[in-house]
Design a protein around this ligand. Structure first.
Ligand code: NI
Length: 168
């Protein structure tokens, strides 16, 4: 696999539409899950739906900053976050399920909004200095130049993977 290419070769407008559809489809399905169902671990020792959506809120919060900061820099070098530790200290299990789903949905609608305004040149510029081998969910070599386009598509791939854990 050539890692400098976006994970999908779809046109950018198709990607944005796919992102919009993912939110529109998943949101009512998440809201249909009850408060009592939302706290049940998906498997022994695994996250509950609340914790998975909490993890997706953490992903949104971290990547929101990255997607903004990337537009003021030639690099894609960002702080990481340790998923279990972030979930642990925020006590997502003690927050109402409906609130978490709403926060996840609105935060992602904003991220979709900001993505739609990123100039093409900024989005497709090859960046040789990055740490996507550490912070992106797909395996990338430190030595391959990457684009913000790739990183944004990777964000949605990660979200879809976790939504599948809840909605499958
Ligand atoms: Ni994850």
């Amino acid at each position: 696999m050539v890692t400098t290419q976006p994970s999908s070769t779809n046109a950018w407008t198709d990607f944005l539409e796919h992102f919009r559809e993912t939110l529109a489809t998943a949101s009512p399905r998440l809201r249909a899950i009850s408060e009592s169902q939302s706290v049940i671990p998906k498997a022994e020792g695994k996250w509950s739906s609340k914790e998975i959506v909490g993890h997706l809120i953490d992903s949104a919060a971290n990547n929101h900053q990255r997607f903004v900061r990337a537009q003021f820099s030639d690099e894609l070098v960002f702080a990481g976050y340790e998923p279990n530790e972030w979930i642990r200290v925020q006590h997502y299990m003690d927050e109402p399920w409906a609130d978490l789903v709403q926060l996840w949905q609105l935060y992602n609608q904003h991220i979709l909004h900001l993505m739609s305004f990123v100039p093409t040149e900024t989005r497709t510029k090859l960046r040789s200095k990055h740490n996507l081998h550490q912070i992106a969910s797909d395996t990338i070599s430190e030595n391959d130049a990457v684009t913000l386009d790739y990183f944004m598509r990777d964000y949605l791939d990660h979200m879809k993977k976790h939504l599948g854990q809840i909605l499958a």
